[in-house]
Design a binder for this molecule. Structure first.
Ligand SMILES: *Cc1c(COP(=O)(O)O)cnc(C)c1O
Length: 344
């Protein structure tokens, strides 16, 4: 049976000895070879498919550690601001832990699958008339005022849990990859990967990608009204800004922007050509490689192996999928009509 990541890596995580393990057996996600992408970018490409975590995104890695620690110190409730996946994960792990969960999401800006998850798991779901950055500011204040644990990636235990994905990549490849491509929103995940790689003496080049309409790290200043179809990375003022930029620099990598059109094309292309259905934000990692290639600093060798982090599952956001996919073919209840529909 697959163990959760606390059972696999507890001695390398930030838990106290008496903390309970609140787990849904997250982690141990597959590293999938990507032959078609490899051809297009002329390097050996793999997907780290984080959509196969229990609630369908990498957020579960951080949540198992953050919620276990919160429960260990006696917290009765957890709260987060979320573009959707943190809400789904927070709600599930709160249910698992027997704690109350509250999630603050930007009104009308959350993918329908994520909303369904948060509600089904029994969290109190609050739709804020504001964006993610407003929601994060408010939950930070609330968690100062009330005995409620904040489980956004400003929580150090979230980063600790998420770094385990880097351990798995190195274990599965048997060595460090030459590069890692990753979508960047609040910048917690890239921070976590870099920490994880460093802890196993690996230093792949980090290529981070933001959506053009929500690219504060690329522009070098916060974006007041971030806009992109990739709702999971619609963030204008990343909480882990400095750490993420330090990681890009130390890894000799960079952060760049991709347009919504490039993101949606990569999203569809992946599903159609590699058989992997991720959510739009996740496809930013592949869109970025296709748009920008594998740039290296002067004198460095081009990476031979690239891992693309596919952060969340495509089923999270059926509305965007259906708006991008070909139409269904309607058909009469008749053999020859079906024949034409299938073979023409
Ligand atoms: C949270 C999330 C991201 C962004 O991760 P950060 O740690 O905020 O940079 C990217 N893709 C998906 C699917 C996410 O849920």
């Amino acid at each position: 049976m697959a163990l959760g990541l606390i059972d696999r890596y507890r001695d390398r995580l930030s838990l106290e000895p008496g903390d309970p393990v609140v787990t849904l057996n997250e982690g141990s996600t597959p590293l999938i070879e990507a032959p078609r992408l490899s051809e297009r970018i002329e390097a050996r490409a793999y997907f780290k498919f984080e959509g196969l975590n229990p609630t369908g995104s990498f957020k579960d890695r951080g949540m198992t550690v953050a919620v276990s620690r919160a429960k260990g110190r006696g917290a009765e409730a957890i709260i987060c601001a979320s573009t959707g996946n943190t809400a789904a994960s927070c709600a599930a792990y709160a249910a698992r832990a027997g704690m109350r969960g509250a999630v603050i999401v930007p009104e009308g800006k959350i993918a329908i699958g994520k909303l369904a998850q948060a509600l089904m798991h029994g969290a109190r779901v609050v739709a804020l008339q504001g964006n993610f950055d407003d929601a994060l500011r408010i939950v930070r204040e609330l968690s100062q005022k009330h005995p409620i644990e904040l489980v956004n990636s400003v929580n150090p235990h979230r980063i600790e849990g998420q770094k385990t994905a880097a351990f798995e990549v190195v274990e599965d490849l048997g060595a460090a990859p030459g590069a890692l491509a990753i979508p960047v929103g609040n910048a917690g995940n890239v921070t976590a990967y870099w920490r994880g790689f460093q802890e196993v003496d690996a230093a792949p080049i980090l290529y981070g990608f933001q959506a053009e309409g929500a690219a504060p790290l690329v522009r070098g200043e916060p974006v007041a009204n971030p806009e992109t179809v990739a709702s999971a990375i619609r963030i204008g003022n990343p909480a882990r800004w400095e750490e993420a930029m330090a990681a890009f620099t130390a890894s000799r990598g960079r952060v760049a922007a991709v347009s919504d059109e490039q993101i949606l094309n990569a999203y569809r292309w992946l599903a159609d050509n590699e058989g992997v259905f991720c959510e739009p934000a996740s496809a930013a990692s592949v869109a970025g490689l296709l748009a920008h290639g594998l740039p290296v600093v002067e004198g460095a060798a081009r990476p031979e192996t690239v891992v693309c982090v596919l952060t969340g599952h495509g089923l999270k956001d059926p509305d965007t999928a259906l708006s991008k996919a070909p139409a269904v073919i309607n058909c009469d209840n008749d053999l020859s009509a079906v024949e034409r529909a299938v073979f023409d």
